[in-house]
Design a protein around this ligand. Structure first.
Ligand SMILES: [Zn+2]
Length: 122
Protein backbone atom coordinates (compact mmCIF):
# COMPACT_ATOMS: atom_id res chain seq x y z
CA UNK A 1 0.00 0.00 0.00
CA UNK A 2 1.33 3.39 -1.00
CA UNK A 3 1.10 6.09 1.67
CA UNK A 4 2.00 9.74 1.57
CA UNK A 5 4.67 11.39 3.70
CA UNK A 6 1.99 12.92 5.92
CA UNK A 7 0.47 9.54 6.63
CA UNK A 8 3.89 8.05 7.23
CA UNK A 9 4.68 10.83 9.72
CA UNK A 10 1.39 10.25 11.47
CA UNK A 11 2.07 6.57 11.75
CA UNK A 12 5.68 6.85 12.91
CA UNK A 13 4.62 6.99 16.55
CA UNK A 14 2.58 3.82 16.33
CA UNK A 15 5.15 2.18 14.07
CA UNK A 16 7.97 2.67 16.59
CA UNK A 17 5.84 1.64 19.56
CA UNK A 18 5.55 -1.87 18.10
CA UNK A 19 1.81 -1.66 18.61
CA UNK A 20 1.08 -1.11 14.96
CA UNK A 21 -0.85 -3.61 12.92
CA UNK A 22 1.15 -5.63 10.40
CA UNK A 23 -0.37 -3.62 7.55
CA UNK A 24 0.74 -0.32 9.11
CA UNK A 25 4.22 -1.68 9.76
CA UNK A 26 4.43 -2.87 6.18
CA UNK A 27 3.18 0.42 4.74
CA UNK A 28 5.45 2.61 6.86
CA UNK A 29 8.46 0.37 6.28
CA UNK A 30 7.86 0.48 2.57
CA UNK A 31 7.54 4.24 2.62
CA UNK A 32 10.67 4.67 4.70
CA UNK A 33 12.58 2.53 2.23
CA UNK A 34 11.57 4.66 -0.70
CA UNK A 35 11.41 8.13 0.92
CA UNK A 36 14.64 9.58 2.09
CA UNK A 37 13.27 12.58 4.00
CA UNK A 38 10.93 10.37 6.01
CA UNK A 39 13.77 7.96 6.69
CA UNK A 40 15.87 10.83 8.06
CA UNK A 41 12.96 12.01 10.11
CA UNK A 42 12.38 8.53 11.46
CA UNK A 43 16.00 7.98 12.48
CA UNK A 44 15.99 11.35 14.25
CA UNK A 45 12.70 10.47 15.86
CA UNK A 46 14.10 7.16 17.08
CA UNK A 47 17.20 8.87 18.47
CA UNK A 48 15.04 11.38 20.33
CA UNK A 49 12.87 8.59 21.63
CA UNK A 50 15.89 6.70 22.96
CA UNK A 51 17.19 9.89 24.52
CA UNK A 52 13.85 10.56 26.19
CA UNK A 53 13.69 7.02 27.46
CA UNK A 54 17.18 7.25 28.89
CA UNK A 55 16.35 10.53 30.59
CA UNK A 56 13.15 9.08 32.00
CA UNK A 57 14.96 6.04 33.36
CA UNK A 58 17.54 8.27 34.96
CA UNK A 59 14.81 10.36 36.55
CA UNK A 60 13.07 7.27 37.79
CA UNK A 61 16.27 6.01 39.30
CA UNK A 62 16.94 9.29 41.04
CA UNK A 63 13.39 9.45 42.24
CA UNK A 64 13.52 5.92 43.58
CA UNK A 65 16.72 6.58 45.46
CA UNK A 66 15.39 9.77 46.99
CA UNK A 67 12.03 8.38 48.01
CA UNK A 68 13.30 4.98 49.09
CA UNK A 69 11.48 3.79 52.22
CA UNK A 70 14.46 1.66 53.04
CA UNK A 71 17.32 3.21 54.91
CA UNK A 72 20.56 2.41 53.19
CA UNK A 73 23.07 0.13 54.87
CA UNK A 74 25.48 2.99 55.05
CA UNK A 75 23.13 5.10 57.14
CA UNK A 76 22.36 2.19 59.45
CA UNK A 77 26.00 1.37 60.12
CA UNK A 78 26.66 5.07 60.58
CA UNK A 79 23.94 5.40 63.23
CA UNK A 80 25.05 2.17 64.92
CA UNK A 81 28.55 3.55 65.04
CA UNK A 82 27.30 6.80 66.50
CA UNK A 83 25.17 4.96 69.06
CA UNK A 84 27.98 2.69 70.21
CA UNK A 85 30.23 5.72 70.49
CA UNK A 86 27.58 7.39 72.64
CA UNK A 87 27.28 4.27 74.81
CA UNK A 88 31.04 4.04 75.16
CA UNK A 89 31.22 7.67 76.22
CA UNK A 90 28.48 7.09 78.76
CA UNK A 91 30.29 4.02 80.11
CA UNK A 92 33.52 5.97 80.44
CA UNK A 93 31.67 8.78 82.22
CA UNK A 94 30.04 6.35 84.65
CA UNK A 95 33.40 4.66 85.24
CA UNK A 96 34.99 8.01 86.00
CA UNK A 97 32.11 8.89 88.32
CA UNK A 98 32.37 5.60 90.22
CA UNK A 99 36.16 5.86 90.46
CA UNK A 100 35.79 9.44 91.69
CA UNK A 101 33.23 8.44 94.32
CA UNK A 102 35.53 5.63 95.47
CA UNK A 103 38.36 8.15 95.83
CA UNK A 104 36.10 10.60 97.68
CA UNK A 105 34.92 7.77 99.93
CA UNK A 106 38.51 6.75 100.56
CA UNK A 107 39.49 10.33 101.41
CA UNK A 108 36.57 10.64 103.82
CA UNK A 109 37.48 7.32 105.38
CA UNK A 110 41.16 8.28 105.60
CA UNK A 111 40.22 11.58 107.22
CA UNK A 112 38.17 9.72 109.83
CA UNK A 113 41.06 7.38 110.49
CA UNK A 114 43.50 10.29 110.79
CA UNK A 115 41.07 12.07 113.07
CA UNK A 116 40.90 8.95 115.21
CA UNK A 117 44.68 8.69 115.28
CA UNK A 118 44.94 12.41 116.13
CA UNK A 119 42.46 11.99 118.95
CA UNK A 120 44.37 8.97 120.23
CA UNK A 121 47.60 10.98 120.23
CA UNK A 122 46.02 13.75 122.29
ZN1 LIG B 1 8.01 10.40 2.94
Amino acid sequence: MEITCDIAMDLVDIYSSSMASPDTVKAVREHLRTCRSCRDFYSEYKANLAEEKKKEEKNNRTFRTESSPYVSEEIISESVKRLSKKLRTRRIVSNVVSIFSVIVGFIVLAKDIFDLIDEKDK
